[in-house]
Design a protein around this ligand. Structure first.
Ligand SMILES: NC(=O)C1=CN([C@@H]2O[C@H](COP(=O)(O)OP(=O)(O)OC[C@H]3O[C@@H](n4cnc5c(N)ncnc54)[C@H](OP(=O)(O)O)[C@@H]3O)[C@@H](O)[C@H]2O)C=CC1
Ligand SMILES: O=C1O[C@H](COP(=O)(O)O)[C@@H](O)[C@H](O)[C@H]1O
Length: 515
């Protein structure tokens, strides 16, 4: 963690933020403190920051939700996902300290008296500060149905007059272009863009953050980064489990709103944007918006939808009690995006995501064009793979002479597997990185309002088609739980020029005696 801000070679000066960093006299309020996100991500991230000395001095954390619970129950929930596999006494002691700086208040989301009560609690904490300065960071780990009333009440009743106020909100930011504009419009009535931090937690992932450095700090990479060298790009998200009990939420949104329109599109925009003038938040986000504006809405013919069915003793999507009977909600989608600019014209970008697939993996696969034939026949393509998770890695598949007394090309790789290369690195959790950025006031890894607008423009037409707004809803192709996805997938990506290697290539080791 201590390496988070340090660069051992090659400084990145403009990553420093010019905004006010919340260093002391700060309370962090977690709304929805009884919920899933708070328990699994927010509190473990706050603990990780606390343990490593990254939270403001004398910070206090206040959990807030409707659920009535005493402090012991709250502390139990808030720390239930903090990992300490070896029962390290140092970690246990830190957990006890962490509990001491966190209190809980129960209250509603829609009534002023509840928020006034919260303010009294905040003031009693702040009355012990050495100065009058009182900074407040409000984290909304809440369903979108209450984003607007909570944001409004917080502004009216809990806004600090003597310090900096910031608000963090979680996706989903609407369901289509219009609902996103309505939501953003309502939030803007209470909070300025500068005060607002919209989380897409993929922007906090180490490998996603690495994209800027890989692309712009390596001249060799930049030279091959366009339509002249690249045939196609696949950005893939695979989860090996289904919606299991989360079907009520999922069925309303579907895989495109859950993963493609936000997480994968964010990855795409960083992968394809032009070089920013600096690493300052607005310079990066300006470039992301520019490239997204060059992408026309996705066409129906460029879309493949799937829904998992029961297999291998695992239930199908429709077997989940929380899913409406006969639902045609897609749990898998592959879509092709085209970027109409000079750099990328004609290169298909395939965004694909699915639940209940054969493995857990998120990766970017850049497939280069064939080399000129003649001296070579049927030679494999170069591929640059950036594995976001699990086990971060970057590897470049390239052809090498087979060792021995004859000349024959063999696909191998240059491999940067993080665990091997950075033996003692602790890779921060995405939420740790993002909460720290919000404390520093750095918006680089948060989503700007105009990014959302253009992202929804790309996806809204196919979402309306899938929702049945303009006619009958398309039926997703069934795929067995635990498979690679619908059977049509290989054809779908094959037509776009993607070539699956069939040459016995086996990462990371190839035995040449088997060739
Ligand atoms: N869970 C996850 O891994 C992720 C979640 N998110 C996003 O984070 C936000 C929170 O998600 P998550 O924690 O899973 O949600 P939960 O359903 O767990 O809701 C959080 C809390 O909000 C309150 N709540 C739930 N439903 C309602 C309702 N209908 N009206 C008012 N309050 C309600 C409950 O607290 P109480 O009743 O005690 O007030 C609940 O504990 C969502 O926007 C979600 O999309 C984003 C990425 C990942
Ligand atoms: O936002 C979401 O992301 C998770 C996947 O997050 P990850 O960090 O584990 O890759 C996904 O499971 C969930 O459906 C979606 O809402």
């Amino acid at each position: 963690m201590s390496s988070m801000h340090r660069s051992t070679s090659g400084t990145i000066p403009s990553m420093e933020t010019s905004h006010d960093e919340l260093k002391d006299n700060t309370v962090i309020v977690v709304f929805g403190a009884s919920g899933d996100l708070a328990k699994k991500k927010t509190y473990p991230a706050l603990f990780g920051l606390y343990r490593n000395g990254y939270l403001p001095k004398d910070v206090h954390i206040v959990g807030y939700a409707r659920t009535k619970m005493d402090e012991a129950e709250y502390h139990k929930r808030a720390t239930s996902y903090i990992k300490n596999p070896d029962n390290d006494p140092e970690v246990s002691a830190k957990v006890e300290e962490f509990k001491k700086l966190s209190t809980y208040i129960s209250g509603g989301y829609e009534d002023s008296p509840s928020f006034q009560n919260l303010t009294k609690h905040l003031e009693s904490i702040e009355s012990k500060y050495p100065s009058k300065e009182a900074n407040r960071l409000f984290y909304l780990a809440l369903p979108p149905s209450v984003f607007v009333p909570v944001a409004k009440h917080v502004k009216e009743s809990c806004y600090s007059a003597n310090g900096i106020n910031r608000i963090i909100v979680e996706k989903p930011f609407g369901k289509d272009l219009q609902s996103c504009r309505d939501l953003l419009g309502s939030l803007k009535q209470s909070w300025t863009e500068d005060e607002t931090f919209r989380i897409d937690h993929y922007l906090g992932k180490e490998m996603v953050k690495n994209l800027l450095v890989l692309r712009f700090a390596n001249i060799a990479m930049g030279a091959a980064w366009d339509k002249n060298s690249i045939s196609n790009v696949q950005i893939t998200f695979k989860e090996p489990f289904g919606t299991e009990g989360r079907g009520g939420y999922f069925d309303e949104f579907g895989i495109i709103r859950d993963v493609l329109q936000n997480h994968l599109l964010q990855v795409l925009s960083i992968l394809t944007m032009e070089r920013p003038v600096s690493f300052a938040a607005e310079d990066i986000r300006d470039e992301k918006v520019k490239v997204l504006r060059a992408i026309p809405p996705i066409e129906r013919k460029d879309t493949l939808l799937g829904q998992y069915v029961s297999a291998n003793g695992k239930p199908g999507y429709l077997d989940d009690d929380t899913v409406p009977k006969g639902s045609v909600c897609p749990t898998f989608a592959a879509t092709v995006l085209w970027i109409n600019n000079e750099r990328w014209e004609g290169v298909p970008f395939v965004l694909k995501a699915g639940k209940a697939l054969n493995e857990a993996k998120v990766e970017i696969r850049v497939q280069f064009k064939d080399v000129t034939q003649g001296i070579f026949k049927d030679i494999s393509r170069n591929e640059l793979v950036m594995r976001i998770q699990p086990s971060e890695a970057v590897y470049l598949k390239l052809n090498t002479k087979t060792p021995g007394l004859y000349t024959r090309a063999l696909p191998t790789e240059m491999d940067l597997t993080y665990k091997r290369r950075f033996s003692d690195a602790k890779i921060p959790e995405a939420y740790e990185a993002l909460i720290l950025d919000a404390l520093k006031g750095d918006h680089s890894n948060f989503v700007r309002d105009d990014e959302l607008d253009v992202a929804w423009k790309i996806f809204t037409p196919i979402l309306h088609w899938i929702d049945g707004v303009e006619g009958p809803r398309p039926r997703p192709s069934p795929y067995p739980y635990g498979s690679r996805g619908p059977k049509e997938l290989d054809d779908f990506i094959g037509k776009l020029g993607y070539k699956r290697s069939t040459d016995g290539y086996n990462w990371p080791v190839t035995s040449i005696s088997n060739l």
